[in-house]
Design a protein around this ligand. Structure first.
Ligand code: OGA
Ligand code: MN
Length: 197
């Protein structure tokens, strides 16, 4: 990402609590990350995501149906390193220009099989106030409106619908923006994470 792309995300977040880039184009990196996700899926390394301790496994799947795998910075492969370099640069830029005082991050791969969704929610839980910004990076080379699986952001002024297409990056305030993932009609791959204080 270039400084003007950082700037457009940041000014958009300042104005409406979210920002979207559609032209992020290291498609080589994205397609390699996609391959890694798919091999984890094949190896059985993707697992059912949790919602909260209060819920049982069955209740979880009524809220969200994605499979996830955390990306370990200490154990990252070449492409994951490239991804984290990019995030490091963005985090540094944010701290330098916005005094955000971010100290770290966490990211996971996410796989939504056909029929999966994630009901409307907020990413910041009472027990986890360290999550300041959510960051979603899609790994699907083709996506159509009819494929479902859109991310919907709910703001006081609008309902913003985002197609989960590779090259699109979505960035928003974790404690402000409620959002949901609509039922997907195609396998839907992404990397999702949080910048933390
Ligand atoms: C999440 C989430 C959005 C998306 O994982 O918390 O809301 O578009 N993901 O995958
Ligand atoms: Mn979320």
């Amino acid at each position: 990402m270039k400084n003007d792309q950082y700037e457009s995300l940041i000014s958009s977040v300042a104005e409406k609590s979210y920002g979207i880039l559609e032209s992020f184009v290291d498609s080589d990196l994205l397609m390699n990350l996609r391959k890694i996700l798919l091999s984890k899926l094949e190896e059985g390394e993707m697992h059912q995501a949790g919602v909260g301790r209060r819920y049982s496994f069955v209740e979880n799947t009524k809220v969200r149906g994605d499979l996830i795998s955390w990306i370990e910075p200490d154990n990252a492969n070449l492409y994951e390193e490239m991804f984290f370099d990019w995030i490091d640069q963005f985090l540094t830029y944010l701290n330098q220009t916005c005094y955000t005082n971010l100290k770290g991050y966490e990211f996971h791969y996410a796989y939504y099989d056909i029929g999966s969704f994630y009901k409307r929610h907020l990413d910041q839980f009472k027990s986890d106030s360290g999550r300041k910004f959510s960051f979603v990076c899609y790994l699907n080379p083709h996506w159509d409106e009819k494929d479902g699986g859109q991310l919907v952001l709910y703001t006081p002024n609008e309902k913003k619908v985002i197609q989960p297409r590779a090259g699109t990056v979505c960035f928003f305030k974790s404690d402000e923006i409620e959002h949901e993932v609509l039922e997907t009609l195609q396998p839907r791959l992404s990397i999702t994470g949080w910048l933390k204080t």
